[in-house]
Design a protein around this ligand. Structure first.
Ligand SMILES: [Mn+2]
Length: 273
């Protein structure tokens, strides 16, 4: 793997969808990543700890502790860390506006890049409903769009309260829609549109476990990917240039990741049935 060298220093690192507390989490690879990469600012963009999965059975090996310790060590060493919760760690949304061990918890953030671009930072699950009803909402306009955003949160809170798993449109669409590309592109369009509505130059999000950096009608769309299936992060260089960082999986790790993804897909099918 990587050689023992000084860690690489980025202006910013964006990470999401780590899913600590699940067997799918690539904690060892993430530890390796954190050992070799540092940043002035680190954004944790949701689904960092999988509270949904932990509720149905405690799984917390030492490596998952080590990830938390390693992240907090970066804070002690002077990194600014912002935690933007997602749907799997939505318990943390109740703590938005507070600071825990030097980590700022916020529901969304705006990041200004080295070259002055203003980027909306948000996990992205809030837009599942919008993706699903994109055509109607475009026709009905801003009001319906806002209602859909809110109702998605409440629909899932209600499902949670009744003991259902979070109903994930992304996972559902990946299963039901033969052409997952359609779903991904609808999600990307929706998130870029959300950034435009906020007068931002772009968006950095996660949620669909699909890393990307692309320009869409003048809006920059950035997705961090995940540390379950693809093991990717986004790094920002001092001049504002963004790159997808791929941290390699071994064959065995890939096998485990695929098994975990399959298990997750089955859980979603059950929940959606
Ligand atoms: Mn998510």
């Amino acid at each position: 793997m990587k050689h023992e060298t000084e860690p690489k220093r980025y202006r910013t690192i964006f990470l999401s969808d780590i899913h600590l507390g699940t067997r799918g989490c690539q904690a060892e690879l993430l530890l390796d990543f954190l050992k070799h990469n540092e940043a002035d600012t680190i954004y944790l963009i949701g689904d960092i700890i999988d509270g949904w999965r932990l509720k149905s059975g405690w799984y917390w090996p030492q490596a998952h502790n080590d990830v938390v310790q390693k992240l907090l060590r970066q804070v002690r060493k002077g990194s600014r860390m912002l935690y933007v919760p997602g749907n799997h760690d939505e318990f943390a949304r109740d703590f938005a506006g507070t600071v825990f061990g030097g980590v700022e918890v916020v529901n969304h953030a705006y990041h200004v890049t080295g070259d002055g671009k203003r980027l909306l930072v948000v996990h992205g699950d809030q837009f599942d409903m919008v993706v699903q009803h994109a055509r109607w909402l475009a026709w009905l306009g801003d009001w319906a769009y806002s209602v859909a955003l809110w109702s998605n949160i409440w629909v899932n809170r209600a499902r949670h309260a009744m003991g259902y798993h979070y109903w994930s449109l992304s996972a559902w669409a990946k299963l039901k829609v033969k052409n997952a590309v359609n779903f991904i592109s609808a999600y990307e369009t929706t998130l870029a549109e959300a950034a435009r509505r906020q007068q931002a130059d772009g968006v950095v999000c996660g949620h669909i476990h699909h890393a990307a950096i692309r320009e869409m009608n003048g809006i920059l769309y950035v997705n961090t990917g995940d540390f379950v299936e693809s093991c990717t992060a986004i790094g920002e260089h001092p001049d504002g240039r963004l790159e997808i960082i791929h941290w390699q999986l071994t064959a065995e790790q890939r096998r485990l990741a695929e098994a975990a993804a399959e298990e997750r897909a089955q859980a979603v099918t059950k929940a959606a049935a």
